[in-house]
Design a protein around this ligand. Structure first.
Ligand code: TYD
Ligand code: MG
Length: 454
């Protein structure tokens, strides 16, 4: 490509294309490709090959100091998602829809870190300092020793950080930052990339942990957080349904801890409060045994979480019946419907199928297959499952049930919440499952026969 000619970059995933098109081939998003000027060339186009390097004997690895201890913020749910606290000099991205509560979360986090003895700086590029102060006051944080900056010029920010020498710096948000060396508007892919690169490398060099806030954008006007995901150590997404109070902070990548860990919060008038027992919360809206409901004993990261699958099956007025899923994978639903039809002879032809995970949870574990099948069958047969029973297990294409990990933990959590029965795949290692009596089944046909007498 000729120098200085424009490139076309996807604002959702950062993929670079030679020409504009309506849909990004890389991530499949529509209307996200925008024209960008090339990044300005550095001062030298010279090769890096001639400088003398330093040999690093392999033994250096062994003599390296032990990693510095993590700092706990005292917000248990945040510490858990970070893998046990904040690692010094790490780079963290917190992504989420606008208005979901990222600024609230991070202002509370800044205050907690400051109270835990770290020097914390909060840089807001979106709100004026009076606004941030007002929010802090409302959240009861005005006494926390957090330094506040409201700059957007990267040069100013780096100078401030250089002078302040904080332990942790929060940048809210990466899309408002701009580097004067890059010739495009704030929020564009090249600006977001340059700002994230400058901030993370600066922070690593100076030993500052940096937390970047990134808005998820659908319109493609500004670059989304996926553009910087690969530059940081930890990627957290803050999720939740509008109209629901629950917010879930989910680790999708973590160099310093398990991915898939979740922290659960509730948005209240006084900010975000932690939910220490998410199972109780997700099951709190459950009524009397209803057809179409099944309780799944799941594992999120390192802890068991119980949640409810709800299904509705109704005759379809459409030639192509609907399959609508919230909180679970649509492809996986199609697979379970196909297995039910071809292995158990239970067809859903001519029926609309709606599947929902209560409380706004998103479940990705294949272990939920059996709970999904149970909810679907219960809705189709109009027969409620026993209310004191949890279900889990992976369904294979042959219709057999595969054991899943951490059976014992699932059962213990179910027992804690007052469940007395569980349906699990045969050969599950139940160990000391506590109070819960486990019915093991080898395949879906046995399950259908036993539970629904079909
Ligand atoms: P905010 O943190 O500004 O979201 P983001 O930074 O992700 O855009 O949160 C905005 C929403 O949170 C707003 O709709 C109001 C709500 N909120 C509360 O319900 N309680 C509170 O104490 C605060 C500070 C905000
Ligand atoms: Mg915000």
């Amino acid at each position: 490509m000729a120098k200085n000619s424009s490139t076309f970059t996807c604002s959702a995933c950062g993929a670079v294309h030679k020409k504009w098109s309506g849909r990004c081939d890389a991530c499949g998003e529509w209307n996200t490709i925008i024209e960008e000027k090339p990044l300005s060339q550095g001062p030298s186009g010279k090769s890096l090959g001639n400088a003398r390097g330093r040999a690093l004997p392999l033994l250096d690895l062994a003599t390296e100091e032990a990693p510095p201890p993590r700092t706990q913020s005292g917000m248990g749910e945040l510490d858990r998602v970070l893998g046990g606290g904040l690692v010094p000099a790490s780079a963290i991205l917190v992504g989420g829809d606008p208005g979901i509560g990222k600024s609230t979360l991070l202002l509370q986090a800044a205050a907690s870190f400051a109270r835990a003895g770290l020097k914390a700086v909060y840089i807001s590029g979106e709100e004026a300092s009076a606004q941030v102060r007002m929010r802090a006051q409302r959240l009861g944080l005005s006494d926390a020793p957090v330094r506040l900056g409201t700059e957007t010029n990267l040069r100013d920010i780096l100078t401030t950080l250089e002078a302040e020498k904080p332990d942790v710096a929060i940048i809210d948000s990466i899309q408002t930052m701009w580097a004067d060396t890059v010739d495009s508007a704030p929020g564009s892919v090249s600006q977001v990339r340059a700002a994230a690169h400058e901030l993370t490398t600066f922070a690593k060099r100076k030993g500052i942990a940096v937390i970047l806030v990134g808005h998820v954008t659908k319109e493609g006007q500004i670059a989304g957080p996926r553009v910087v995901e690969h530059m940081v150590d930890t990627v957290l997404y803050f999720e939740g349904e509008r109209g629901h109070q629950f917010r879930i902070l989910r680790a999708v990548k973590n160099r310093f801890g398990p991915a898939d860990e979740i922290g659960v919060f509730e948005m209240t008038g006084g900010g975000l409060s932690e939910v220490a027992n998410p199972s109780a919360l997700f099951l709190s809206e459950r009524e009397q045994p209803t057809p179409g409901s099944a309780v799944f004993a799941g594992i999120e990261g390192t802890r068991p979480v119980l949640c409810e699958f709800q299904a509705l099956v109704a005759p379809s007025p459409h030639s192509q019946p609907r399959r609508t899923v919230v909180g679970w994978d649509g492809g996986r639903l199609a697979m379970i419907l196909a297995v039910l039809e071809s292995r158990c002879g239970i067809a859903f032809t001519g029926l609309d199928v709606y599947l929902n995970v209560a409380g706004g949870m998103k479940i990705t574990e294949p272990a939920a297959d059996l709970a999904v099948a149970a909810a679907l069958l219960s809705a189709r047969e109009d027969a409620a499952l026993p209310s004191d029973c949890v279900v889990f297990g992976e369904i294979s294409l042959s219709g057999s049930l595969r054991p899943v990990g951490q059976t014992e933990n699932r059962l213990k959590e179910a027992g804690k919440l007052g469940f007395t029965k569980a349906i699990a795949p045969a050969r599950s290692k139940t160990g000391d499952g506590g109070e819960v009596s486990v019915r093991q089944m080898a395949d879906l046909t046995a399950f259908v026969g036993e539970i629904f007498g079909a």
